[in-house]
Design a binder for this molecule. Structure first.
Ligand code: SAH
Ligand code: SF4
Ligand code: F3S
Length: 470
């Protein structure tokens, strides 16, 4: 048995890729997933390059893994994902404990074939190690390895019968099967080139996957008992079936028409491609399509939006917020905001604050701008001191927490259908509403992965507390 450990950083696209690689390896037989690095024979690190801090976290994690390699010299460590797309050389030179690097914009199927090959090698090496008990006797190992190479060369290591296009999609991880959640990349890459963003460079050009493969995948997941499907793309609204040219609205409708009691979510939408039609489809199938819209604003200032190459104005954005409120009055709306973009003045920042007051988002993911290689914004003049950027972020987050709390208070006394996700360390069950609000509940484990109706008893800043309605 080869023990596999996958560490995933970054967005849900990475979560889906990790799931997909893991499902593939487990489906080969002879591979099992472990939850501790020290048990692993193969460690995959799926990386994120979105901000410098995200990269620093990955670098220090890779460094920590050297310790495990000391005790098990055949341990293979692979770095995959967005950092691997453009830092291959740096990773390999800086860390001699890393065995291979494979970027996110390369075809996942090539990685899978490589890993297939690697698993065969690892199985043989591990067998020899365990059989001869020669963990730390390097000379003997070298001799054994020569023998192993000969064995490997005589094995047919690529399984040509696998349906490769099927493998490109996210699947269900055992852990996720328990949670009854499935994350599915309906597309990869991005063509938008927001001036601050590295994703078009790490994930490459936008490419949608054929809907027949996606719908088959979703049906299979539903047959396995999945209750929540999340459709993923950097900009799902620009999904186009490569065969029929059908768009995202059509795809959502097809998913909603599938049989079963399940929920569908999607992230992210780009305001430039959001349509009224999509909101109508969501309203028509509101039992399945969750009234939850993640709608990234980035900035409330037209000057900054233009410099970010977001291609919408704040007036257009607010008009779309009105559509959402009218067509899906129960919708929760969340957003992403960057503060301290090059050229952002106090006045620009205050415009962003104003939008927060007007929209009253249910959740805001906010970040300080981080210059990224290859991007246009990294060449822009930026003379705002970091202390000032920190202050803006702090103030924005403090105010947003109050707004979340005020929104949460409005839910007290209301009843929501929720999906039970997991048991938290504080002993409560974590459930989520269709709008992705967190509701805690004292209940039994057998409810995990099921829908329950909860009446909200009280509200805090981050969580609501509910009681069961039969
Ligand atoms: N495709 C998604 C976003 C993916 S990245 C979308 O367009 O909505 C998630 C968020 O990270 C972005 O919305 C943005 O707010 C933030 N982000 C991206 N690049 C960044 C950078 N260089 N510095 C700070 N935040 C950044
Ligand atoms: Fe980055 Fe913009 Fe593409 Fe989102 S839409 S991934 S922010 S370039
Ligand atoms: Fe990070 Fe790549 Fe996602 S850079 S945010 S993991 S697309």
């Amino acid at each position: 048995m080869i023990n596999l450990f996958i560490k995933t950083y970054g967005c849900q696209a990475n979560v889906a890729d990790s799931q997909s690689v893991e499902n593939y390896l487990v489906s080969l037989g002879g591979v099992q997933v472990v939850d501790k690095e020290e048990l692993a024979d193969l460690i995959l690190i799926n990386t994120c390059a979105i901000r410098e801090k995200a990269e620093q976290r990955v670098f220090s994690y890779i460094g920590e893994l050297a310790e495990f390699k000391k005790n098990k010299s055949y341990l293979n460590i692979g770095v995959i994902g967005c950092m691997a797309s453009y830092l291959k050389k740096e990773i390999l030179t800086r860390f001699d404990n890393v065995s291979f690097v494979f970027g996110a914009k390369d075809d996942l199927n090539i990685l899978k074939e490589y890993l297939h090959d690697l698993i065969v090698k690892l199985e043989t090496i591990k067998e020899v190690y365990e059989h001869n008990n020669i963990f730390e006797q390097d000379n003997k190992i070298k001799f054994e390895l020569k023998k192993i190479k000969r064995i490997i060369n005589s094995k047919n290591i690529i399984n040509k019968n696998k349906n490769l296009s099927d493998l490109a999609l996210g699947g269900i991880k055992n852990k996720f099967l328990e949670l009854k959640q499935s994350f599915i990349n309906i597309m990869t890459g991005c063509n938008n080139y927001c001036s601050y963003c590295i994703v078009p460079f790490t994930r490459g050009r936008e490419k949608s996957y054929p809907s027949n493969i996606l719908l088959d995948r979703i049906k299979k997941d539903l047959d396995l008992g999945v209750k929540e499907i999340t459709l993923l793309g950097q900009n799902v609204n620009s999904y186009k079936d490569p065969i029929t040219n059908n768009g995202f609205e059509w795809l959502m409708e097809q998913v909603a028409k599938l049989n079963g009691d399940f929920w569908v979510r999607f992230v992210s939408s780009h305001p430039k491609d959001m349509t009224i039609d999509l909101l109508h489809v969501m309203a028509n199938y509101s039992d399945k399509l969750c009234a939850y819209v993640h709608f990234p604003l980035q900035s409330g200032s037209n000057k900054i939006l233009q410099s970010m190459n977001r291609t919408y104005t704040i007036e257009k954005y607010m008009e779309q917020i009105d559509w959402i409120r009218k067509i899906l009055p129960q919708a929760t709306i969340t957003t992403d905001i960057i503060v301290g973009f090059p050229g952002e003045t106090e006045q620009d920042y205050l415009m962003t604050r104003k939008i927060i007051e007007q929209v009253r988002y249910d959740l805001v993911y906010s970040f300080i701008y981080s210059p990224r290689k290859y991007t246009k914004a990294s060449l822009m003049e930026d003379n705002c001191p970091i202390e000032e950027k920190n202050r803006r972020l702090q103030e924005l987050q403090t105010r947003q927490m109050e707004i979340c709390f005020e929104n949460n208070l409005l839910t007290v006394g209301k009843t929501f259908k929720t999906l039970v996700e997991k048991r938290l360390t504080n002993g409560k069950l974590l459930t989520r509403t269709a709008g992705n609000l967190r509701v805690l509940y004292d209940g039994n484990d057998d409810l995990i992965g099921n829908f329950v109706n909860l009446k909200i008893q009280s509200a805090g800043r981050a969580n609501l507390v509910g009681s069961l309605i039969k």
